[in-house]
Design a protein around this ligand. Sequence first.
Ligand code: PLP
Ligand code: COI
Length: 367
Amino acid sequence: MSLTYDPDTGLAPLEFAVTRNLAAKSAAEREQLLADPAFGTTFTDHMIDICWSVGGGWHRPRVQPYGPLALDPAAAVLHYGQEIFEGIKAYRHADGSIHTFRPDQNGMRMQRSARRMALPELPVAYFVQSLRELIAVDGDWVPSGEDQTLYLRPFMFAKEAFLGVRPANKAGYYLIASPVGGYFKGGAKPVSIWLSEEYSRAGKGGTGAAKTGGNYASSLLPQAQAYEEGCDQVVFLDADRNVEELGGMNVVFVYKDGTIVTPQSDSILEGITRDSILQLAADRGHEVVGRSVSLDEWRSGVASGDIVEVFACGTAAVIAPIGVLKGHNFIDEQPIGPLAMSLREELTDIQYGRREDPHGWMLRLDA
Ligand code: PLP
Ligand code: COI
């Protein structure tokens, strides 16, 4: 994929002011931090910061030392949660080059989230440029160990100091980065899922399809229950007891005739990992269907042998087979099959440059 600036807007690249971090980690300190990074706990030396206002549009693009943000205590995000984010990774290839995966998709999803949360839409070209600018100063932070990546976290929030309830007139876009290994402690081992029956994640017409902080805030209590129940993650149902998704991953069902089904509704986050895996599965000849899947269909399908694999997928965790579904009165062991892990291998081989990229998904960031 080549970086194309939006032909409709003809946008020129932003000119970033770069302030180097004089307290940047030494190479030795960095190497130590990269050796075995826990998910999302270590951050690189720099960050991106772009301002937006109703009158001035996107302005003051900066690359600056990573550090605390100064916010007015009345900033709208602190009161009404007007915030969105993205998750995307940078991969180190064997020749040392640095690549990312389908950044246009994340950029467009961030625009959709922005629309829903009444935030400004960052042009996709600026989104992609921000990834390049950060890699230009922090490229050495992209780890090279197995399953390691630099997790990139773009986010945007309302920073106008104003307590009235209306879309803020000022916002900021930021990008931070964190070297990561696997999302789950046990590696790509099957995960256990707690079925949340008393809490839902989203509703019709709500914000379920937007990547906005509030969705995650409301998932924390059920997620805490999942941990209490000895489970790794929580799965949510809609009002009709159809399966939606996990707190941070989509769900995919594999049927014994090879059909692959994933829940589809306007209250589910449209995962880019899911879209990519389903494309790879379709390339292999699988029929791929997006439709409602009820909890009953899941449980009876597993019991009858109609469903032969269930897995979860997302950028942070890639693909994790689901090994157990646990509810208040039941524990259903889930069938484990080869497809989840073979799709995981195919996808990560493309991402790490170990295999052809037939769909043009990869974008080099350091050249
Ligand atoms: N669903 C939720 C709620 C998520 O937070 C994520 C992670 O980003 C996903 C699904 C998977 O999306 P993607 O594959 O684009 O990372
Ligand atoms: C991701 O997979 O990128 C996510 O955002 C999921 C989670 C870390 C919130």
